[in-house]
Design a protein around this ligand. Sequence first.
Ligand SMILES: Nc1ncnc2c1ncn2[C@@H]1O[C@H](COP(=O)(O)OP(=O)(O)OP(=O)(O)O)[C@@H](O)[C@H]1O
Length: 542
Amino acid sequence: MATILDDRSVNLELVTIYEISKILGSSLDLSKTLREVLNVLSAHLETKRVLLSLMQDSGELQLVSAIGLSYEEFQSGRYRVGEGITGKIFQTETPIVVRDLAQEPLFLARTSPRQSQDGEVISFVGVPIKAAREMLGVLCVFRDGQSPSRSVDHEVRLLTMVANLIGQTVRLYRSVAAERQQLQEEKRQLSRQLQGKYKLDNVIGISKAMQEVFAQVHQSAPSRSTMLLRGESGTGKEVIARAIHYLSPRKDGPFIKVNCAALSETLLESELFGHEKGAFTGAQGERKGRFELAHGGTLFLDEIGEISPAFQAKLLRVLQEREFERVGGSRSIKVDVRLVTATNRDLEKAVAKGEFRADLYYRINVVSIFIPPLRERREDIPYLVEHFLEKFRVENQRAMVAMSPQAMKVMMNCYWPGNVRELENCVERTATMMRGDLITEVHFSCQQNKCLTKVLHEPGQQQPVVVVPLERISAPYGAIFAEWDGQGQATGAAPPTSERERLIWAMEQCGWVQAKAARALNISPRQMGYALQKFNIEVKKF
Ligand SMILES: Nc1ncnc2c1ncn2[C@@H]1O[C@H](COP(=O)(O)OP(=O)(O)OP(=O)(O)O)[C@@H](O)[C@H]1O
């Protein structure tokens, strides 16, 4: 039978549904969320008693939230399927309306009396809570004395809509909780399997490729050999360099890092070798260089492929003779330093082109470890996401933040041109910018998050991930964006939105090192400096 609703009732429905839908998306604390929903219902329906029961793993319906009950009444709210009115609603999957509970034999009076203290009639409306045809629980409302200003039909309709919203939310919470539990269980199993084997503190990697990397790290760390870490930007070369240091006998000594691409040749020289007083204008006192500071420990030279030919010669001498002079000084200084270097350049090509000295290449390439790009070890993604979420929870005291399984699928299917660094930024940015606690796929609006990664194929579809060769893309920063057009063709670059965003994106991918970002964009460092100025982009300092 169709119900005609007056304006007031429609308005009440809309306001109630609106307020409840806002609450339902806002937190991952289910009991808090449900309590708030019942509060809104109780206020809007002007009733003192609202009860919500959910089916438990034990096969019993149990009250999980209620307004207007004492502790004892709340505790007694348990029903088998078919038992009492609540059990009946669950069993028949249909609403039940009782105008006078005192006359209703099904009513068990476990949580509420049959009559009010003043001897007034108590009426009842209960509706099933379902989601995707699965019965989840029962929502009911008790009313003392006077009947509501609205019709019973209207009340059933409103409660059914609210029950549907609750059902969807409960289902989502349960799948998130199950996913989390499964992930934690897998993590536990994995750490049992990996006990004492290939584990590195704070470095996540369960994929075969990363396990291979960890094995190489464990094997090479104890030696004094110079090491070369290779891999795309953001793959974790620095974290691996640190792991090597902390697994070596030098772990109690210093770990000193220098980014060779971030400094001009003269600055790099005085930074690495130090300078004597008066060595150049502004050198008011003597200063130790990073080589000296790293004595007894490890010196990590990042972006080694970027140093000039003249500086390559100077570095080669230090590596051969194990001694050097400070800028402006003549005294030879000997240090005990283990050198770990890193690059994302094709050094062999650079040697072949005469851009990198072959003798230096052989000196630094004693033991080399390749860290694969993230897109080639997608199994690591859920673990990395969880690792970064946990970091976010602790740093921001937001213990409930989590990611929905669907959102995780999106993460798994991204191309991640900026590798783990981009994934980390994306997780942190999304968690910071969203209001509630649950990250869903809608929060990954690329524009909104300035996360320009493209999803290459729909989760679940077995389409290949396409890597477009650099030459095929005309836009200077296009090579990293590629889309599958479903016809077996790689369709060029997905356009990043604006010049400014491209610049910021490149800087973020390159850890805000200007020279690196310039290379990524295929422009000169001078052009990069000009562009940053032109678009008023403030360079972050770390
Ligand atoms: N396996 C990993 N587990 C946990 N965090 C990681 C991992 N790999 C990378 N990260 C994180 O990703 C970010 C980038 O890593 P890192 O700086 O080591 O990359 P990189 O290869 O040295 O980059 P670049 O070549 O641009 O210097 C860091 O915040 C790091 O903590």
